[in-house]
Design a protein around this ligand. Structure first.
Ligand SMILES: [Zn+2]
Length: 294
């Protein structure tokens, strides 16, 4: 082979390899950005040479990650957020004056989802379980808002179970003809007993049996990134345990409010529910029929 083409090829390989390495290091561990309700904003809050600033939104701590010699605030945007300008409170590491950084959020409409549930007590809970539901709701809010600082948070998730999507994130739900709150997670149709795998390294934050969620588990990935697994038939890890990406943590089922066996999977960031598909490289295919939802 003449020298010039060989050199050219070697250069192309080196340049391409370099670009690939750059891309991998630039995106490893962070979700894809989507500045819409239920999305995630990656907001530049300063140069990494200046030390990591502390960031909060509405008083809740926000994960600040390092990428390409910058600090990025990784901000979970609630589904209820209005399009327009949003604010972050940023306190520099060097002890400078706190400041307000602003960024824009666009609009997004999620399609309404219609679900029929046979167990009417799950659509209109009887009065005697309302106290239980309120107690659980307060507890779950505390769990979702848990904060543990970590230098190893990895938001490059693998899917917890291979199955078709039977319910998308963000759509308003109509249960038996009655409007209900939005669907704040993904439904993956898998049979009872399917092994569910941790999407990334984590600590088991909470295990419980709840009225709507059924048997549930929460994983704490650090820096306010929490994932939730509902309608389980069994737990395979204990509260406080450290689990690794790909490790079996539970078995799927149909406990709580479910139309059939499936995994309801939610992801929370700074206390708000966000689109799980932003955290996975390749979302599962969508199933046209509704089976195993809620
Ligand atoms: Zn669901």
């Amino acid at each position: 082979m003449p020298l010039a083409p060989a050199l050219n090829r070697a250069l192309r390989v080196a340049v391409f390899g370099g670009l690939m390495a750059h891309c991998v290091s630039a995106t490893a561990g962070l979700p894809r950005e989507s500045r819409v309700p239920g999305g995630v904003a990656l907001v530049d809050v300063g140069a990494s040479s200046e030390g990591r600033p502390t960031v909060t939104r509405d008083g809740a701590p926000v994960w600040v990650a390092h990428r390409d010699s910058r600090w990025l605030a990784v901000v979970g945007l609630p589904l209820s957020i209005k399009a327009g300008e949003q604010a972050l409170q940023v306190t520099p590491a060097a002890g400078g004056a706190p400041r307000t950084d602003r960024f824009d959020v666009g609009d997004k409409r999620y399609p309404t989802q219609y679900v029929t549930i046979k167990d009417r007590a799950m659509v209109d809970p009887p009065a005697d379980v309302m106290a239980r539901i309120e107690r659980e709701s307060a507890h779950l809010k505390t769990v979702r808002s848990h904060w543990r600082e970590s230098s190893t948070t990895d938001a490059s998730f693998t899917v917890p179970a291979a199955g078709r999507l039977s319910g998308r994130f963000g759509g308003g739900r109509v249960l038996n003809g009655q409007p209900r709150s939005v669907h704040a997670g993904l439904d993956i149709a898998v049979g009872t007993g399917t092994l569910l795998k941790a999407p990334a390294d984590a600590v088991v934050l909470d295990i419980g049996e709840y009225y709507f969620c059924g048997k549930a588990m929460f994983l704490d990935h650090g820096n306010g990134l929490i994932s939730m697994y509902c309608h389980l038939s069994d737990w395979l890890a204990t509260q406080g345990a450290t689990v690794r990406q790909g490790q079996a943590i539970a078995r799927s089922g149909a406990t709580g409010r479910a139309t059939g066996p499936h995994l309801h999977w939610s992801v929370y960031l700074n206390g708000v529910s966000v689109e799980p598909e932003l955290f996975i490289a390749a979302p599962p295919p969508q199933e046209p029929r509704r089976r195993g939802a809620q």
